[in-house]
Design a protein around this ligand. Structure first.
Ligand SMILES: Cc1cc2nc3c(=O)[nH]c(=O)nc-3n(C[C@H](O)[C@H](O)[C@H](O)COP(=O)(O)OP(=O)(O)OC[C@H]3O[C@@H](n4cnc5c(N)ncnc54)[C@H](O)[C@@H]3O)c2cc1C
Length: 409
């Protein structure tokens, strides 16, 4: 098998939200960058679709918002759910100090295709699909590149900086020997699709019932459904049979009785193992991890994409200028971690609180849940919903684009 060798300023492993946004931002700032993605396209199902107001603000700062919002999307301005028989609105996004007062539900593949098209406007931007990173190149204790398997042969990339943006099962962080702190999660998620029918309405709907939690996300002509189960509970559910599973869904939402037969086999139900973890150190000489590779997020609040994007913006702000000249110091890589560590810790702390205090309780209940006191307060005093609205919509320490575009001429 032939080995091809290339040289670039920055090699990014992983073309998810973190890697594609960082690749685009660096190329826009005049830095040569190569993004390596192991899949042939971005068309994988069951990836988060939520583009939050703070990410939309970043798109505005980049002058791309109007174009971006031409992509088919649904706008969600408040988040509500049903606890037992009671409908409660948890979060109101209408008062955020941002241009957009909504979460845009945009299929992730459209978002990533959009970033690819924008990146291609710059000569420094390169994206290699079907390139699976499986090794690092070292010079002493400094990472100076990476190796990737191609369908035919191998690619060796020499780079001043290697970025691990290869998600929560990151090969890069493992190969770099970075220590992972596992924070645990009491649940896994089963994803499935059910068709959308006229008269269904169009909001994201969460339902909390005794022992069950079910979320439906509007994807235009179908619902992407998340059925939250206790950790490692999938086998038990399978043992009860597909029909019992379908009936469980109908019990959660009787309106779905006319379409649960669309779940034809267990192949239509995808298990996603939830992980919450973070690296103690996000970098080593010549290498940095961002996004889920640095901190796998829980699906609670649907904020993982947003955090990945915010990491990319912070990393580009801090590293682009020095990278144009060559290798970046360890001190600058530390600065990226210092900038993003606090928002990550705060978000994970909130997610873990909700996982342990709310989700774990709901999953172990045998009687119908009732809204807890804090949720009743949100019902009684609607202005309080702005607090979760702000935490979900903007997160902690939202980032802003500080880099100017460097023209190619
Ligand atoms: C069940 C579940 C539901 C979720 N729902 C939401 C949601 O609704 N909204 C939300 O904001 N977040 C959600 N999240 C979290 C969100 O998916 C992640 O936080 C976010 O995608 C992280 O982006 P990333 O770019 O860091 O990593 P990823 O999105 O995981 O992207 C990593 C990329 O790297 C590629 N890759 C992996 N290994 C290699 C390799 N060796 N070489 C080359 N390429 C490689 C992968 O193919 C992938 O494209 C959810 C998570 C889970 C578990």
């Amino acid at each position: 098998m032939a080995t091809k060798t290339v040289t670039t300023r920055c090699a990014i492993a992983g073309g998810g939200p973190a890697g594609m946004m960082l690749g685009f931002l660096l190329a826009r700032a005049g830095v040569d960058v190569l993004v390596l993605e192991k899949h042939a396209d971005f068309l994988r199902d069951f990836r988060g679709d939520t583009i939050h107001p703070s990410t939309l603000e970043v798109m505005h700062e980049l002058g791309l918002l109007d174009q971006f919002l031409k992509l088919p999307h649904q706008k969600v301005r408040e988040l509500s759910g049903m606890i037992g028989d009671e409908t409660v609105t948890f979060a109101d996004l209408s008062h955020l100090p941002t241009r957009c007062h909504f979460i845009a539900f945009i299929p992730q593949w459209d978002f990533l295709d959009f970033l690819t098209d924008q990146g291609k406007r710059y000569s420094g931007f390169k994206l290699k699909m079907k390139a699976e990173v499986d090794d690092l190149i070292w010079n002493g204790d400094r990472v100076v590149g990476l190796k990737a398997q191609l369908p035919r042969g191998m690619l060796e990339v020499h780079a001043d900086l290697v970025v691990g943006a290869d998600g929560r099962h990151s090969a890069v962080r493992r190969l770099a020997g970075l220590e992972v702190e596992d924070l645990g999660a009491p649940m896994d998620v089963l994803w499935l699709r059910l068709s959308k029918r006229p008269g269904d309405g169009s909001q994201a709907v969460g339902r909390f019932q005794a022992g069950r939690l079910f979320v439906m996300l509007d994807r235009g002509d179908y619902w992407q459904c998340a059925y939250v189960i206790p950790k490692d509970g999938f086998n038990q559910i399978r043992c009860k049979g597909l029909d019992a599973f379908r009936q469980d869904i109908v019990a959660l939402n009787p309106a779905l009785a006319d379409r649960v037969s669309e779940i034809a086999s267990w192949d239509d139900v995808k298990l996603l193992t939830v992980r919450v973890d973070r690296l103690k150190r996000w970098y080593r000489p010549g290498l940095l991890c961002i996004g889920d590779a640095a901190h796998a997020m829980s699906p609670v609040g649907g904020v993982g994409i947003n955090l990945a994007i915010q990491d990319a913006v912070a990393a580009a702000n801090i590293l682009a200028e020095p990278l144009r000249e060559g290798a970046v110091s360890e001190a600058l890589l530390r600065k990226v971690q210092e900038r993003r560590q606090w928002p990550t810790r705060m978000t994970q702390a909130l997610q873990i609180f909700i996982q342990n205090r709310v989700i774990r309780n709901v999953l172990s209940m045998t009687t119908q849940p009732r809204p807890p006191f804090a949720v009743m307060l949100l019902k009684r005093f609607p202005w309080l919903r702005r607090i979760p609205g702000r935490l979900i919509g903007m997160g902690f320490r939202p980032e802003h684009v500080r880099l100017s575009e460097v023209s190619d001429s």
